[in-house]
Design a protein. Sequence first.
Lengths: 1051, 236
Amino acid sequence: MNRRLQTTQARVLVAALMLGVCMWMPPALAQQSTSVLTGTVVDASNKQPVADVVVTATSPSLQGEQLAVTDATGLYRLPQLPPGVYTLRFEKEAFQVLARDSITLRLNSTVRFNAELLPEGMSVTVDVVAAAPAVDVGSTRTGVSVDTELMNRLAVVRPGSKGSASRSFESLAELAPGANADAYGVSIGGTTSPENGFLVDGLSTGNPALGILGTPLSAEFIQEVNVITGGFMPEFGRSTGGVMTAVTKSGSNQLHGSVFGNLAPGFLEGTPTRIAREGTVITTRQQLWNLGDFGATLGGPLVQDKLWFFAGVAPSFTRRVLDRGLNAFVLGEDGTVLKGEDGFSLTTPIPNGATRYFADQRSVQYLGKLTWQLHTDHSLSLSVYGTPGSSGGNGRFGYNLDSGAVEVENINGTYEALAHSYQQDARDISLKLSSSFLDKRVLLDANVGWHHQYDNTMPVDGSGIGNAAGLSGTPQFEMRRTGTRAAPNYYSINDFEQLADPSVCDPAGTTNAVRCPVANYFLGGPGFLLDRTVNRYQANAVGTLLLNAMGHHVIKAGVDAEVMTNVDARAYSGRRLIQEATDGKTFTDFRAFGYLLGPDQVEIQPQVNTSTRADAVGAFLQDSWSILDRVTLNAGLRYDTQTIYGTGGDVAFELPNQLSPRVGVVYDFTQKGRSKLFASYARYYQNAVLAMVNSQFSNITRIRATRSRAPLGGGPGCDPLTQAAPYTECADTRNIIPSGGSTTISRLYNQTFAINSPVDPDLKPQSSDEFVVGAEYEVIPRGTLGASYTRRYMNDVIEDMSTNETTNYFIGNPGRGIAEAFDKAVRDYDAVSVYFNKAFADLWLVQASYTWSYLRGNYSGLYRPDANQLAPNVTSDFDLVSMMQNKEGPLPLDRTHAIKVFGAREFVFSPTTSLDVGLSYRGTSGAPLNVQGAHSIYGVGFSFILPRGSGGRLPWVHNVDAHVGLNYKLGRGLTGSLTLDSFNLFNFQAETSRDQNYTFDTVDALVGGKPADLETVKNRGGSAVTLNPNYGKPTSYQTPRSIRFGARVSF
Amino acid sequence: MKTHRALVWMVPLGCAAWLGACGVEQPAPQCTVGRGDHAVRYTLKTGTGACARKTAEIVGAQVFREPGSGVPPSLVLKPKPLADNEGKDADPTHSVTSLGDFTTEYPTQERVCEVPEMTEARQVVSPEPGTTVEVSYRWSGLRIQGQAAIPGTQWTAELTYTEGDCTATYEAVGLFPAIKCERQEKDADGKTITVRDPRICEQPRPGLSIDPAFPVSCDESTNLCVLDGQPPVLKP
């Protein structure tokens, strides 16, 4: 609040001027809890610097208090402070004491607070500024800081989103303008979630294999999260997306603790819209049963002013119910299927055909932290945190490890074939040293850490991986006999399952079922199994030098190194995954690990093992130079290099010489820290992750063979419907149908990928460039209005490709070098954001933003949203030259308009009772849609019949969330609170995806075609295409309303 | 200015920290050949008579290796003239395939893989009752290119070919995959006829295609797309 204060009495002496407060927030890779308070102190009467002023900083989040003394130039520095709200006190003999409270110090920020001290006895008319300026005038950074105030006053982390049971901090990134949830996390600035960097307490917690968040730590243990969407300094490297930095809570001199519980009961979930599809015999409806977490935290001193601790534990659980139904088609008198009004075939439930399954998931979050103040200038902290969990098994379905979704959408098979038991554990240990020297003008922060992750995907019977017994030794069969359109040849449900009354369906053995046809059914074992351990060992050190030379400089230099390792065992249950031909006459070993030692001399491996590694070293130097409290110039350079080793220790490829220049300029025209005009340029490089190294550089080869269903050459034939597990008869070599011509050397077994992927000798690392310009102005105290424009584009991209239509694949940069025949990978992003942020003060807060953006090109990122294919650097976006046509256009993550409004207000009823009310609105316009056909080699969905985006767009998705919290002071320092969060309050049910397959026929791209051309589109055979009956129909709707109750007692 | 100063010390620092990372070329792919039919063009070096008339033919090829063993792989070749009569030679000591070992698992500095010697492929058949013809192939000095985009798709070799008493030596130039430069067409009577069309060699096709960067011509006598001259990447 600004107010003009006139003093008339001689003894009214308390006054201060704040001439300029500069904050800059170069978010530091190694300085996650080292925010800095600095400034100069001058004598108000003559503007001369005052030396030897004792400056004391106190804060509830500070362990003890921090002291500094001004030097001859009046400069003081209080470095390495945790984020929080501070009070500064300036004391010196012959001057009046000056105290200033409510100085909000954000994570990674440097706040400059300049003070003028009044000599004793002096009385003046002064401006008193009651609140510290809110504009970060030292940084070009875009994004949002989320502190506990915001987390506690808004409905955040929607039940059902990834990591929602444990209330993982990741989804807080959605609060930032330009950020949207995607299948594996949060997409920032048009990039995909695996491109984001995650730093918890200064160390990277990204999954070394996939790049997505590895440790989904509960927001309960997090002090503050900084979501950086762009414009950042060289301290950050190795990611082309955004960066999320989080600081865990610490103990202080006062003992604090909490006990909490949250529950989202399923019966309060809104009704989801039924997805109308062309009828299927097997349907599965999924709903929340319940989800919640509970736990406790405790923090305080072990030795006052010396040693503090913080500990927390929070178990969480999720249960979703899967109601499986069986249906029969309704036939007319002529024996054909009747159609309903919606154009879909009519179905009727089969009596006693319903089965109820559950998908269960449990996990525990824990955090332990010790902070030791060795000396006033040196502190050491040790954090250990982890998130072990498990799901599936024992009659329950599990949850996909990467997306967090239930592993199966439709239960079109046996439980043993479709369900898995999953275990996962993430564990992080970090040790951090913060030191300051030379009166805090030189700082050193050093971290060492270990991120460890284990996960497995196992059969539900506990038979493990690569074993001959139980489900581990049983191959999976995908039954897909459908015949052709002219001569359909469907199985009946009676072929697979025992119905209570089999007569309602076609009998088993029917040539072509019409009442209960089943197009796709999984039998046998659980298929792909994995047992994986990944590690990241990391160390970094950052030195900071604060100096005055034509202004203030904060110079930082740092080095960091990391070693990522991946050791896994992978297998197909029963050594092979077997796919039936659509005519039902043959079965193909579609997936089997193995190799040939000579002509048809086969070794099928029960499992294969990978052991890969990536070493990275980086260094940076940057300066943030503040000139006359008016202009800040940020400049720096980062150097990175990465070497990737395949299984066996040979170098797979190297990504050397990554030079990332970053520059930014900020101009504060008010000169009071209340405005800024800013611009920045940055180059970001993306580190390679190990998943692609595991698959492409581990000497893993596959064997295919086609087996006859009917007995052949003395063999028993392969028929899972008449044979029993573990289907040894099917595996008989005599069943194999030889293929190839006379010159074919191995006629029984086909070996794919006989060597590791070749790499373009001139391979360039993946990188993007970014430009940001913007302006911010503090329109009301602590309330800033801003606007920014961001442009991002890709330089080189790493992908796998084949120039000779699958003859062989290699790793290269599309459009360059040996991949010159391909289109260059393009991902252009332009965005304009207008935002207003008002931090919590005077009992209310608001964060509002509108973002217009345009994301287009032919490259989505490290995962392919078209099919949710999570395959960093080896997606099928660029595999073949023949798949390049019509690929340019608005990309799947393009959302033209995004509106976000978050507001909270606290109502104080009495000194002991208050009520928090928070409301959130998020509205995004719809995703672009494509018109797809089948590609001659890759099949369904890989041919873009019309240019990307020609299928129109999905409708807007609106979402209103509400939070109500009742707080009651119970006495003796105890506070109790009850909260209610409602997500999607109005149960809006907008479509969130549609079937984009126009046809399942093989169709060539109509280059530059228009929707009108679809009427005449022909398939490869030259005839009119058969339309997919589900084309353009919704395949998913918005998540229905859910309600979460919470209770907490804290002291 | 800061940027420039930083550049001066950071690049060497980074390079020093990670020796070998600067200006590095990526590792070559492991030695292999395309699995399937290769189109081999022959240039006669010595010999006259029936055995000295080869211009081009299809040779099946496949590489075998034990993954991760580090042992250089082995190569098997199967020429079409022998393959077509497979099973007609009763002598179990005769083989229609030749077998040879690569000298290394990874290519040499010049990105070449070598198979110096291969076993002899031999077949005794009776074109007519009472007559027998003995045919043998002896391959040697195989040099197979090991470049990243297209490993094992171009190679050269020496072939000693014997047909009865006639022996000839050839220089062989192989290309993968083997594609016929001919297409089916209906003639005026509606009968399907085969027409030679050299453009086919350059057209991409699903499954297997010749790398569009290769200099390819359509062999006159066999209608096989063969490498024009020496393989560009194996030229000394």
